[in-house]
Design a protein around this ligand. Structure first.
Ligand code: ARG
Length: 465
């Protein structure tokens, strides 16, 4: 039997230098492509047989052999050999060892260049879907928590200063919106990985009469690529997918930051189960929100993944260059980082307990209803600028007295403007303040309930998974 030497045929006398093997080999990371590589090879060999390019009985032998090799490689029964460079050569070598010449016919009309381009697209498409489903699970956790807290209040902030009262549910639903857009971006990036490169060969396609559409359809692609040079050198879909992942991780970092704030002694807005916090090795009183910090911190590495791939692609001549191998690890890293981040975020949201007394007390301190005082005067016919000015004067007055606006007397209000009547006190009631903001996208109770229903309808498919 011919000794399987992988990519190095008899054209090469010796092996690579040991240091070169280490740098050249990608199998320690591209083993992740195994299921896609096997699926691609099964589709390719089936098509070769149908087209009469290889003996028809070979297709079945190859398929069976590939499935066995996949199983044994993933269970550890077979070893990965770094000298065989990558997942493609490892699979092919094991296959040929197992089934002989049929295995050696598999690579007809194909190159590792269109092979890896196909595998990576399949990986990207599969994981874009998996991640978008995890995003929806996080959305559902947020929506459920929002529904629990429709009747609780907290300060809405700008500049991290208490600004206006809102319902807690409204705050949580803000993340649902960010994540909904993230899902859209992932699925959009997935579309751009929808053309199958197989048939592009090394760079100049092939002389064999391949049925490219058949292979593409079998692998779940939307169609085939239309330029062999571009197809083997294109990693745009990697850039796009990582960009979508990075923005989602940035959103998780914002959630992480808010959790850190809410869990702090300074805010005391919430507590989190011990499964997502750790103690300090030196200060026994501490409960550190490590996981919230990590989903915040990991945004850095995913943004780095995007920068890495952009930098690898910049200035590459046509068509395939080995630099492209460097686009794999950032993709895997971004996918795996977001996957972990989303899982942990789901767990934290499901375990988050709000201290609604504290969030409510925070609303009552800091003159959050000052805008309402101005709006009150406007409702009585005063131009807004004058109303705003009068409200400002009343805030200054209340600060001097060390009280909140609601604690002023009617006389205090009236000495600033005669339009004030005793209904000003009801007007400043927090629930009424919030529920007057009854407009699409606003924090009024019925608007939040509408949004919860809308989100639940969109996410209802999760229940049947
Ligand atoms: N491991 C390689 C990669 O990821 C596969 C393609 C190798 N092609 C080549 N001509 N050496 O890019």
């Amino acid at each position: 039997m011919t000794k399987e030497k992988g990519a190095r045929s008899r054209r090469f006398e010796g092996g690579l230098a040991p240091d070169a093997v280490e740098v050249n080999s990608s199998v320690h990371f591209d083993y992740r492509l195994l299921p896609y590589d096997v699926a691609g090879s099964i589709a390719h060999s089936g098509m070769l047989a149908k087209q009469g390019i290889i003996p028809s009985e070979d297709a079945g032998t190859i398929k069976e052999g590939l499935l066995a090799v996949e199983k044994e490689l993933s269970s550890g029964k077979l070893d990965w050999d770094p000298k065989l460079e990558d997942v493609h050569m490892n699979v092919e070598a094991h296959l040929s060892q197992r089934i002989g010449d049929a295995g050696r016919r598999l690579h007809t009309g194909r190159s590792r260049n269109d092979q890896v381009a196909t595998d990576m697209r399949l990986y990207a498409r599969d994981h874009a879907l998996q991640l978008s489903e995890l995003i929806d699970q996080l959305r559902l956790a947020l929506v459920d928590l929002a529904a629990e807290h429709v009747d609780d209040f907290l300060p809405g902030y700008t500049h991290l200063q208490r600004a206006q009262p809102i319902r807690l549910g409204h705050h949580l639903l803000a993340y649902n919106e960010m994540l909904r857009r993230d899902k859209g971006r992932l699925l959009d990036a997935r579309k751009r990985a929808g053309e199958c490169p197989l048939g592009s060969g090394a760079l100049a396609a092939t002389t064999f009469p391949l049925d490219r559409e058949m292979v593409a359809a079998e692998l779940g692609f939307d169609g085939v690529t239309h330029n062999s040079l571009d197809a083997v050198g294109d990693r745009d879909f990697v850039v796009e997918l990582i960009a979508a992942i990075a923005l989602c991780q940035v959103h998780l970092s914002r959630l992480g930051e808010e959790l850190v704030l809410w869990l702090s002694q300074e805010f005391q807005f919430a507590t989190l189960g011990q499964s997502y916090c750790s103690g300090s090795s030196i200060m026994p009183q501490k409960v550190n929100p490590d996981l919230a910090e990590l989903i915040r911190g990991k945004a850095g590495r995913v943004i780095g993944d995007w920068v890495t791939v952009m930098t690898v692609l910049k200035g590459l001549p046509m068509a395939y260059n080995k630099d492209l191998q460097e686009s794999q690890e950032p993709l895997f890293d971004a996918v795996e980082t977001l996957n972990g981040g989303l899982r942990v975020a789901i767990g934290m949201i499901q375990n988050l307990e709000f201290n609604t007394e504290n969030t409510r007390n925070a609303v009552d301190k800091g003159y959050l209803v000052a805008t309402e005082v101005a709006d009150y005067l406007v409702s009585k016919g005063l131009p807004f600028r004058q109303g705003h000015d009068a409200a400002g004067a009343l805030v200054a007055f209340a600060i001097k007295r060390g009280v909140e606006l609601g604690q002023l007397s009617l006389e205090d209000f009236q000495s600033e403007n005669a339009l004030f009547e005793k209904d000003i006190f009801e007007w400043l009631d927090v629930a009424r303040v919030v529920d007057r903001r009854d407009i699409v996208g606003g924090p009024a109770k019925n608007r939040i309930l509408d949004e919860i229903e809308r989100a639940r309808t969109e996410l209802s498919y999760l229940a049947s998974l």
